[in-house]
Design a protein around this ligand. Structure first.
Ligand SMILES: NC(=O)c1ccc[n+]([C@@H]2O[C@H](COP(=O)([O-])OP(=O)(O)OC[C@H]3O[C@@H](n4cnc5c(N)ncnc54)[C@H](O)[C@@H]3O)[C@@H](O)[C@H]2O)c1
Length: 278
């Protein structure tokens, strides 16, 4: 399906939550070509570049989120708890916060959201199992469970209220892969920006699930169901392979962190037993 015959006009506003985080910081100053106004939001003010403006907002505060989204535009939702944590933190940032985000979108007329989901929503699949968008979820952590909930919320708001979402199951979006597992899961910031461009310009988005990985030599995921977006990752983790393999030469293939896609998350204790691991 060719959805780019008539690209969508430039959006007036792009709101980025989690703007002080790893991904939000990497996107700083890189989105100006996509919207008239770039609104960066996190718990506290963030530094801005060019036409960006900073609007702090706590995701647990629906009224504040409504004020943030007033004026419409698209939302890139990167805010929230981004690793395993005690349930109370997951509850506030990822369950209540995610509900508030979609409810504010519905009430303020936002029609398109990128929801930063995670590979940890499917982390207990074995690495040999090639997954596509139809694969059952198998979360590996309370954090992963919160992403499954977020994906369901995205789909519900799409099917019932017409809010489109790109559900992005991000692998590992960092400047470079940090370990051997990330040689398969790494997503470059440039490939993230290319995907955001496709999402913002697509005349019709729908509610696709996209696995967020670059064109790495080792691939666990199949994005054919989202091929209509025309996103083609271009970077590869291969140039870090020798270094990462030398750092971790002897991995036990039967260890849960090696067997399963979620890596170390699959071997973590319950966060409410272990204290705060983050
Ligand atoms: N970086 C990755 O490789 C990766 C992989 C999978 C999924 N993700 C997802 O992508 C998103 C961004 O990841 P990241 O690595 O930049 O995370 P991060 O932890 O660096 O940034 C998250 C940001 O959210 C903000 N935040 C937390 N609670 C908030 C609240 N209640 N109100 C407002 N802001 C709040 C934090 O202050 C932080 O700046 C997260 O949702 C994460 O789960 C990231």
């Amino acid at each position: 399906m060719a959805v780019f015959d008539t690209p969508r006009p430039r959006v007036s506003r792009l709101v980025v939550t989690g703007a002080a985080g790893v991904i939000g910081t990497a996107l700083r100053g890189r989105l100006g070509h996509l919207a008239e106004e770039i609104v960066l939001s996190d718990l506290a003010d963030v530094a801005t570049e060019g036409a960006e403006i900073s609007r702090p907002c706590d995701l647990t505060d629906l009224a504040a989120l409504r004020a943030l989204l007033r004026g419409g535009g698209d939302v890139l939702h990167f805010g929230g708890q981004s690793v395993e944590a005690p349930f109370e933190r997951i509850l506030n940032a990822n369950l209540i916060g995610l509900y508030n985000l979609y409810e504010a979108a519905r009430l303020e007329g936002v029609r398109r959201v990128l929801f930063a989901s995670s590979n940890h929503a499917i982390g207990f699949h074995e690495r040999e199992t090639r997954l596509d968008a139809s694969a059952p979820t198998r979360p590996d952590s309370l954090y992963g469970v919160s992403k499954v909930y977020g994906e369901a919320m995205a789909r519900f708001y799409h099917d019932k209220f017409g809010v489109e979402s790109l559900i992005l199951r991000i692998g590992s979006c960092f400047p470079e892969p940090k370990d051997r597992r990330m040689l398969a899961t790494w997503m470059s910031v440039e490939d993230m920006i290319r995907l955001i461009e496709r999402m913002v310009r697509a005349p019709k988005l729908g509610c696709p699930i996209v696995y967020g990985a670059s064109a790495n030599a080792e691939q666990w995921w199949d994005n054919r169901e989202a091929a209509y977006l025309g996103w083609t990752p271009q970077d590869s983790s291969e140039r870090w392979r020798a270094a990462r393999e030398a750092e971790q030469p002897d991995l036990d293939p039967d260890a849960p962190e090696v067997r399963f896609q979620g890596g170390a998350f699959c071997a973590m204790p319950h966060p409410d037993d272990a204290g705060d691991p983050s």
